[in-house]
Design a binder for this molecule. Structure first.
Ligand SMILES: NC(=O)c1ccc[n+]([C@@H]2O[C@H](COP(=O)([O-])OP(=O)(O)OC[C@H]3O[C@@H](n4cnc5c(N)ncnc54)[C@H](OP(=O)(O)O)[C@@H]3O)[C@@H](O)[C@H]2O)c1
Length: 306
């Protein structure tokens, strides 16, 4: 594998931290852009990483930073926006990819690895999934660049927000836990498998112009996942699945709680099962691990991930 000089947007996030560590372990030089450098000092120990503070939405910054790299990776994404009208999603998932394409072209960066989401589509029910589809369509249409996009189901790993959030929530409701959209289905995929997918695709010409779905080997309902998390953390709460109407109501209320623990847009995303037929594409040479092989090791009986 040749050594690359990589500009990484979203490198401080959950997936980004795992991918940065793997890229640096392989000797690639990685420039990670973040809004708050002081919050991500753990990345400074990576031997070939450089952490740069700045706003990735500023085209001038991108045009300054991109020269000298041969590859761009864009992992920036949000699960909730500050407002309610979809403009935040549009900015993060559709406008930013256009700026990344422009910066690649202006600086001669030819390889672009992008992060989309499983079931992103123009006619999807949520702003999240529609904006993700618009961003991916733009990068795949950039025929002068060597683009690969990834569409994972929910991603898990020791520092994920999915299992940690539910581990915290079930602890707060030790008797009865009201769960919205309990029948929504997922194929959880391990963060290290996702990071490896990026690495294995990096130099493969057959991956140019392709979008790959990334799913773990097992389909779970949300109820099954939350039950597993409760069991692993030793919480004996009874999970009560809410009807569709009550799920929507819960989203309408929690949308206005600090940090938006659950939103109408999340509820709409959950109307579509986040599952796929193929698991991992054979070209990536990865056999994805199962949720139940990994999660018990990091979700102890303390009620919180560690
Ligand atoms: N986690 C999952 O289950 C999952 C599933 C499917 C797809 N995805 C996609 O995978 C990508 C990575 O997910 P993740 O879980 O690693 O996300 P994450 O932990 O929330 O990290 C998001 C990253 O994006 C940057 N970012 C967030 N909002 C931004 C904004 N408004 N402006 C600029 N930068 C912003 C953050 O950088 P700073 O805060 O340092 O600036 C951070 O590095 C996202 O595109 C997500 O949609 C995730």
């Amino acid at each position: 594998m040749s050594k690359h000089k990589i500009i990484l947007l979203g490198g401080t996030g959950f997936v980004g931290r795992h991918l940065s560590a793997r890229l640096c372990a392989l000797g690639h030089e990685v420039t990670i852009v973040t809004r708050r450098r002081d919050r991500h000092r753990e990345l400074l120990v990576l031997p070939t990483a450089r952490l740069v503070e700045g706003d990735v939405h500023n085209p001038a910054l991108l045009k300054d930073l991109f020269p000298g790299h041969d590859t761009a990776i864009n992992l920036v994404g949000i699960l909730n926006e500050a407002g309610h009208d979809g403009r935040g999603f549009e900015r993060a998932h559709a406008e930013l990819p256009a700026k990344v394409i422009a910066a690649c072209r202006a600086s001669g960066v030819t390889r672009l690895l992008h992060m989309c989401a499983l079931k992103a589509a123009d006619d999807a029910p949520s702003h999240y999934l529609r904006s993700k589809a618009r961003g991916e369509a733009q990068v795949l249409a950039a025929a002068d660049l060597q683009v690969t996009s990834f569409r994972p189901s929910v991603i898990f790993g020791p520092d994920d927000s999915f299992t940690r959030r539910f581990a915290g929530l079930v602890k707060l409701a030790p008797l009865m836990f009201p769960l919205a959209c309990p029948q929504a289905r997922f194929q959880p995929v391990f963060v290290e498998d996702v990071a490896q997918a990026y690495i294995n695709a990096l130099d493969q010409h057959q991956c140019f112009g392709q979008a790959y779905e990334l799913c773990g080997p097992t389909v779970y309902t949300l109820r099954e996942l939350v039950q597993a998390i409760a069991d692993l953390t030793g919480v004996k709460t009874r999970i009560v699945g809410l009807s569709d109407g009550l799920s929507r109501l819960q989203a309408m209320v929690l949308e206005y709680f600090p940090g938006k623990p659950f939103s109408l847009d999340n509820y709409r995303s959950l109307q579509i099962d986040s599952i796929c037929d193929c698991g991992f594409p054979p070209i990536l040479g990865i056999t994805p691990v199962r949720f139940d092989e990994i999660v018990p090791a990091y979700l102890g009986r303390t009620g919180a991930a560690h």
